[in-house]
Design a protein around this ligand. Structure first.
Ligand SMILES: [Zn+2]
Length: 534
């Protein structure tokens, strides 16, 4: 299955020096290393269009949870945050981020970071430079527009990163400092990106009630700056359920005007967050101890309840469920005691004979504000619509993790382990997995189309002319999988599980997964966008 979308055909694939040299009937040399792919699909390695492995790849370069899905290239630096540049006012916060993983920051520029990656990684990386990171370098977390001088400095940092190989600029406009940026600032920085031929990837300014407006802004930035737009993790969250026909039509209309807009997505209905993230912002201030203290006062609980229902500014996905009284779609995923784990908040309230909010407040106080939840705030119909649409490609929004070591805990979402196999299981074969709770399979796309959304479509987006296809002259990034059994096995309650059905994975011609096991090889490269600005 060559990744172009054409029907699969039977062929041998000959590889030499990291590249595909022959597709068809191949007569192997005497000393050739043969991989048996009988009964399997041989496809280009998957390109994860939206990842966050900037730091974790330096912690565990084997990229276990990604490469075992068949991912051979990941786009990092998303949602406005990248590991580089680490300069000026950003140095401290970058050091703090890295320290969470026990990592030392021994790079400053974007180029130095890419060279650091190249000391050894299992998969290829295409890195974006984060708008939030660039802004923090120059003006930290200041909630205001940049001065002319500051804007000039930011333009300079983006320009340097693009010269050093960045694939574009990402933004995260719901997080500080991204949300302090006006549209003009983003247009100015995107003009620099356009000059180098890069793209603008955006976690747009709202994915709930304000989604259409936020999407209009992203498209407008692309139009004004002359830059292609990649809308990150697209299907709408609660508050914008059912709006996918409109958002997709907006992208098509923009394309008809000459604005190049595409999007990426994973297909999980649920998102993970902390139990305390359901509270209004003021009630979360000061950390766990202060939260528990506040919950001890009835008048505080009254005010929290009021604000959670009113929710003046749309918060994270689970807050939209609370606002609408959809407590049955909020499931406890971690807790200091076993009893509530895997149960939804409505069940817990009924069993305890208390009102829903009090059940939540009691649970939160009882955990020392330490528990975690999964909120099912995406909508299956919208996910299917977006997946079906030719502008979508697959991006995990996850991390390259491993069930052992420093990366074995804390990041509580199965998408880091199962995003790509899930598409085959749930939307190609149409199989459901009851243990994922709201998981209803349906045959939505053909196998060839799914592979295309994971290979040639993202490769084209990134202007990677020699990846994303099984074709002579392309790099031998290859995944060999069983189309009948390939499936995610990770769940919300047990997210650290490798998928099934992935047999071999080659990166730059070197087997990283062989007969289902990691070989320890680190043949990945830090890819660089060839700047179109000389
Ligand atoms: Zn994001």
């Amino acid at each position: 299955m060559d990744g172009s979308g054409r029907l699969a055909f039977r062929a041998d694939v000959g590889i030499r020096d990291g590249k595909i040299i022959e597709v068809g009937e191949v007569e192997p040399d005497g000393g050739a290393d043969l991989l048996d792919a009988s009964g399997c699909v041989v496809a280009p390695g998957f390109i994860d269009m939206h990842g966050h492995s900037d730091y974790v790849l330096l912690v565990n370069p084997r990229a276990e949870s990604k490469v075992r899905q068949g991912v051979t290239t990941e786009v990092v630096g998303n949602c406005g945050g990248s590991a580089a540049p680490s300069l000026g006012l950003e140095e401290d916060s970058n050091r703090r981020n890295a320290a969470l993983y026990g990592l030392d920051v021994d790079w400053s520029t974007f180029g130095e970071y890419l060279r650091r990656l190249e000391k050894g990684i299992a998969i290829n990386v295409a890195a974006l430079v984060g708008h939030g990171t660039v802004r923090r370098c120059v003006m930290d977390l200041e909630e205001r527009a940049p001065t002319q001088g500051e804007l000039e400095e930011m333009r300079g940092l983006v320009d340097t990163a693009m010269r050093e190989g960045a694939f574009g600029l990402s933004s995260g406009l719901v997080y500080p400092p991204g949300r302090y940026a006006e549209t003009d600032e983003l247009v100015e920085l995107c003009r620099v990106v356009a000059r180098h031929g890069g793209l603008y990837a955006s976690h747009i300014r709202g994915e709930r009630e304000t989604m259409l407006k936020a999407l209009r802004e992203a498209i407008g930035i692309g139009e004004a700056a002359g830059v292609p737009v990649q809308v990150s993790h697209h299907p709408a969250k609660i508050g914008a359920w059912g709006r996918s026909p409109e958002t997709l039509a907006m992208m098509d209309e923009a394309a008809a005007r000459g604005v190049d807009v595409t999007c990426d997505m994973h297909t999980y209905i649920g998102g993970s967050t902390s139990l305390s993230a359901l509270l209004p912002p003021w009630a979360q201030a000061g950390g766990p101890e202060r939260i528990v203290e506040r919950l001890g006062r009835p008048e505080n609980r009254e005010r929290m309840r009021r604000d959670m229902i009113e929710e003046k500014v749309p918060g994270p996905g689970p807050c939209g469920l609370v606002k609408r009284g959809m407590w049955d779609k909020i499931v406890i995923s971690s807790y200091p005691e076993d009893w509530p784990i895997g149960r939804n908040m409505a069940e817990i309230a009924t069993e305890r004979g208390v009102d829903l909010f009090d059940a939540y407040f009691d649970l939160l106080a009882g955990s020392g504000a330490a528990g975690g939840v999964v909120g099912f705030y995406y909508n299956e119909e919208d996910i299917r619509n977006v997946l079906r649409h030719p502008r979508s490609m697959i991006g995990s929004d996850g991390y390259a993790l491993a069930p052992y070591g420093v990366l074995g805990g804390g990041r509580n979402h199965p998408r880091s382990y199962g995003t790509f196999p899930m598409v085959f299981r749930k939307y190609v074969r149409g199989e459901s997995r009851p243990e994922l709770v709201y998981d209803e399979g349906a045959k939505v796309i053909a196998l060839e189309e799914a592979v295309m959304k994971m290979t040639s479509a993202p490769a084209k987006r990134l202007k990677l002319e020699d990846r994303g296809l099984i074709k002579e002259g392309c790099y031998a990034d290859i995944v060999i999988f069983d189309p009948d059994t390939v499936a995610d096995t990770a769940t919300y309650l047990d997210p650290y599980r490798y998928p099934a059905g992935i047999k071999h994975v080659l990166v730059n011609g070197v087997p990283v997964i062989r007969d289902g096991d990691h070989t320890g090889a680190l043949p990945g490269k830090a890819l660089r966008l060839e700047s179109s600005d000389g």
